[in-house]
Design a protein. Structure first.
Length: 271
């Protein structure tokens, strides 16, 4: 059943991305509406997968690398639905699902990814699961911030090249996109800080000697510092526009490095 749900979800998601792509190229409102409703179906299918996994494993599905990617993909889709429907960011769905679809597809390669029962029991019994959940929320919010930055740069390029067409009209204002990026980071930074604090507290009680030079720990703090520096540039230096958005993209690249590369090198952070 799980395999069938995964296959159906990815198939519907692929059709959804095609609809958003057609809308972006041709400003086709019918394709955009179709893609929106297909994305709503994907959201419900992903929620069904969550429910099935919880009912079978009795463990909240965030304890393996593939489950964490699936969870982040679900948050991005949720944000896409909300921002498209209520905030009229028409092209956000296109850019968001360029990011969300590859993440979702990665989870298809090993749908039976399972956490060891002993490890699952230990994690679910304490605050470490809260640490993981908050960290994933922060990373998903940074992903949304990154998507808004991409939209800003695309619209800026269209304006600079004087490509005045219907596509440009459907973009939001540069000011609003930049503010959206800023507000996402304002929310993401304290969430990441809380996650780091909870992780350190829990690790200190489990390990007699915590390895502070573990790549996962170093990477997490580098991500935190990068986004704190973004806030410093925005609030302390009054930096706006393209240079600030470029730094935001660099910060998100650090997030990707921390998620994928440090998972391979870490000595204890196996989830």
């Amino acid at each position: 059943m799980m395999s069938w749900l995964y296959d159906l979800t990815v198939s519907v998601y692929a059709a959804c991305v095609c609809g958003f792509f057609i809308d972006f190229l041709q400003t086709n409102r019918k394709a955009q509406r179709m893609a929106f409703w297909l994305l709503s179906i994907v959201w419900m299918l992903q929620l069904s997968i969550f429910v099935v996994k919880v009912s079978h494993t009795e463990v909240f599905p965030i304890l393996t690398p593939l489950d964490t990617l699936f969870f982040v993909s679900w948050i991005i889709i949720s944000a896409s639905l909300i921002l498209t429907r209520f905030f009229k960011l028409h092209f956000f769905g296109f850019f968001a699902n360029i990011v969300g679809f590859p993440i979702m597809v990665l989870t298809l390669f090993q749908t039976n990814d399972q956490v060891a029962p002993i490890l699952g029991g230990r994690l679910m019994s304490d605050l470490l699961v809260i640490h993981i959940t908050i960290a994933l929320l922060a990373y998903a919010i940074f992903a949304i911030s990154f998507i808004l930055s991409l939209m800003y740069l695309v619209e800026y390029t269209l304006l600079k090249n004087k490509k005045w067409d219907r596509r440009l009209i459907r973009f939001d204002s540069l000011t609003r996109l930049e503010k959206g990026t800023f507000y996402c980071n304002v929310l993401g930074v304290p969430l990441l800080l809380i996650s780091l604090i909870l992780g350190i507290i829990r690790a200190s009680t489990v390990f007699t000697q915590l390895n502070w030079f573990d790549p996962k720990i170093i990477g997490s703090f580098l991500v935190f510092i990068a986004y704190c520096y973004y806030l410093y540039l925005r609030l302390g230096k009054n930096l706006y526009g393209k240079p600030l958005l470029f730094w935001n993209i660099i910060a998100f690249l650090l997030v990707l490095i921390n998620v994928f590369l440090s998972e391979v090198l870490t000595g204890f952070h196996l989830w």
